[in-house]
Structures are given as structure tokens and as C-alpha cells.
Design a binder for this molecule. Sequence first.
Ligand code: SAH
Ligand code: SF4
Ligand code: F3S
Length: 474
Amino acid sequence: MTEIHTETDDRQLLYIERTKHIVAQRSREVGHPLCACVVTFGCQMNARDSEKLRGILKAVGYQLTDAEDEADFIAYNTCTVRENADKHVYGRLGRLVGLKREKPWLIVGLCGCMMQEPQVVEKVRKSYPVVDLIFGTHNLFTFPELLHKVLTDQRRVIDVWESSPEIVENLPVERKYSFKSGVNIMFGCNNFCSYCIVPYVRGREKSREPEAILNECRRLAKDGVMEIMLLGQNVNSYGKTLDHPVSFARLLSEVCKIDGIRRVRFMTSHPKDLSDELIDVIAENPKICRHFHLPVQSGSDRILKAMNRHYDRNRYLAIVRKLREQVPDISLTTDIIVGFPGETEEDFADTLSLVKEVGYDSVFTFIYSPRTGTPAASMPDQVPEKTVHERFDRLLMQVRESAEERCARFKGRTMDVLVEEENKEPGYVTGRISQNITVHFKGSKDLIGKIVPVTLDDCRGFYYFGTQAGCPES
Ligand code: SAH
Ligand code: SF4
Ligand code: F3S
């Protein structure tokens, strides 16, 4: 099978070569190797994009660091899904002013979803002279060229595209973990949920060719990756617009066939496009993790309609029943928004009762945040802040009750844990079971990246303390 290789890749690879010389020269001038730090805000898509940025930075000769004050290049890969995310970035930019005074050669870059909003770029341009480089989600792949420009021109570089011309495949990537990796299967979103900014900042949905995805997974497996997370805003609609359409279920079963891949996860699944074929594939395939993140957003039919979600409460509950019937061990998680415009006490009661009825393993709860340009932002009856906070607290209580009960169901069982990192507590490591529940147990750091049987002794609400119950699988 051949990789898709385009002139665009060649151009950027050329800029990587050119930039190498400049970085080497700058290192000599400042008397130490140049360091770069990429800070990620937002979702798994952004996390994966940051790995691409780090891959390019490493390829041009930067040493990577997580400490901003050690860095000679800092990039903030931003998120704009809620207003808080924006505020956080502005706050951190303010703090970089002092750092730049100490280190005048420091380069500050901003990219990601916030940069796709013209009013944000304008604000940064006017009020944040500390920023040297701005680019968007659609031209992330031109980072080598932009980096070259900012290093050579000694002036601000701003380049934000309105859409992506093609999917660029072959740029370097620096993974955060050696043993697990995200893999983009699609970009953008066509759903236009009425509260959501993502379709505006990430553009229209575009699926990658299955061969490109499978080749990437094979390469990752050869490189020691055992857990793959397939990424898209709505993985269930994967492949529909390809010249030769392929279903997500089919892609998933192909990924499972790859030797060396032991676990497959995916994110995120929209209930409206969830097929029976997908549930069958999960049920048949033990490599697919027993965890399903199925955002419901609200338990009220009226609100779901206003959100433009294209399913109702009954349909959602029917999917949950089917999943649990066919995949009995599955854990279910969801996203819920509180305080969508027009949400009444009755609507909110429907959300509470849905949480109780489903019995989620975990819920990500969000306070509705109006995003400029989305239909919901100009809807009447925005819910007063006090009411929203009060509902939010009630929801959290309900979630905690259900989740603690669900999590405890594995108590005493011995389950496979993929060990991810050393724990803050010395002598302990932390990993996850297939159901995505975190487990801490006594063990040394050479267990990292291995699958270890662990007895889940002590359930602490959302996570476990356990004891190693056998040797790691090789
Ligand atoms: N594509 C995914 C969600 C991506 S955004 C999906 O459709 O499931 C992640 C979550 O952020 C959403 O599920 C939603 O719960 C929340 N969210 C999105 N826009 C929001 C807004 N304006 N205010 C509050 N929460 C929001
Ligand atoms: Fe946003 Fe809806 Fe698309 Fe998810 S499916 S990214 S919530 S518009
Ligand atoms: Fe945020 Fe962009 Fe993801 S807005 S949630 S980082 S797609």
C-alpha cells in the first residue's frame, strides 16, 4: 500500500532542513541548545496536534521541555470551546512578558482553535505584543515554514487559513507516550450542535483514507505502541464522504487485526450515527476497550432538539440498553451541559433522571458558555448564573452517587492494567483497565508500557488502589 505523499509535504520537509541551520546558529549565539515548550489546551485533537508541533520542533533541533521558563520557544495550542479556555490563555500570555524581558530572543507562538476566530487574532495583534507567531488549525502543517520565517524575519508572523486544502500525512511527530498514541481518522465537524464552536474553528468534516490510517497504526505498532486511540469529533460518521466509503465499524475491525496493537479506543461517538454494526464489532473484538464515551448533553427532548442533536432521550436509552446487552462489561461515560438557553427546572430534572437511569461510570459536566457566532448564543431565555450554578451542584451530586456505585462493581477482581506512569507517591505506578478506570499499585517504573494483572482491592470513588497479581505480559 502506498502512502499519500504530496508536494506540500516536500515543501515543509525542505523548510525543516533550512530551519535546522538557523536553530544551530542561534544555539551557538546564546551559548546553549535551544529549548521548546508546547502547552496544550482542549481536547485529544489538540493533544495530537501538539505532538506534531513537537515532532517538527525536535526535527529542526530544539530540545523539548515541559518547563516554560527553560524554553526559548513557547507555543500555546489553544481551545475555545468554552469562554474559560480563552481567559486562561490570555492570563498565561500576561505572565510571559516578564520571561521575555529576561530572554529577549524568546519566541512566543499561538495556534489552535482560538486562532480561527478573527476577533481573537485582532485582540492579540493589538494588545499582546509578546506574541511573535500566530497560525490556525488549518495550516498547522505549514509550521516548519512559519518557524523559518519568524526566526529569519525578526518580526511578527500571522498566518491563519479559513480551511484546509488537503490532509498532510508525512510530517514528524513526537509522541508523549512510547506505548500509546492517538491517531486522527477525521478532521472537522458537520454537525453544528447549536451551542458549539468546533465546526466554525475546525471546518467541515474530512475523513482520512483508511490506508493512510492503517499504515500509521502499523508503523506505530512496529515502534512499540500497544494502545491506539482513534480520534474524530464524530467517529461514527467516519468514511461517509470518501470516494470509496468505509464505515467506522469496518475501520475499527481492520485496526484490531494489526499485530502488536493490544488495545483500541476511540473518541468521540455521536449517538445519532451510532450503528448496530459498530456494537457488533465491539462485542466480537476483545481488543476494543470496554469503554464507550457517548455524550448525551441533556436528558430533555425539548433541549436536545434546541441543541440540534438529532436524537431523543428514548433513542439514547435504547442505544445504552443495546450496548450493555451485547457488551456486558462496558463502562459508559458522557458529557452534559447545564444551563442551555431555555432550560427549565423540568428540563433539568429530566437530565438528573437520565443520569440516574443510565448509571454512568463518569460524567464530564459543563456550564453552558455562549460562543459568539453559534445559534444558541443569541437564543432568548439565557438561564441566570445563580440558577445554573445551583443546578450544576445538584448534577455533580447525582453523578458522584451513580459513578461511585458503578466503579465499585470491579472490587476484588483481577484485571489487566496498562501502566502509564510513575505515581506521585514514591514506589507506586498508575495505569488504566480496559474500562478506562485508573488504578494505582505498588510497582517500579520498569512496568511502564506493560500490561500487568492487578487485583482491584480498594475503590476510592472514581479510581482504585490494587495489588500486582502476576507478571507483566510480554
Ligand atoms: N464532538 C464531541 C464533543 C466535542 S466538545 C461530541 O459531539 O460529543 C466536548 C464537549 O464540550 C461537548 O460534548 C459539550 O458537552 C461541551 N461543550 C461544547 N460546547 C460547549 C459550550 N458552548 N458550553 C459548554 N459546554 C460545551
Ligand atoms: Fe460540537 Fe456537536 Fe460537532 Fe461535537 S458533534 S464537535 S458537540 S458540533
Ligand atoms: Fe477545544 Fe478545539 Fe478541541 S475548540 S475542544 S481544542 S477541537
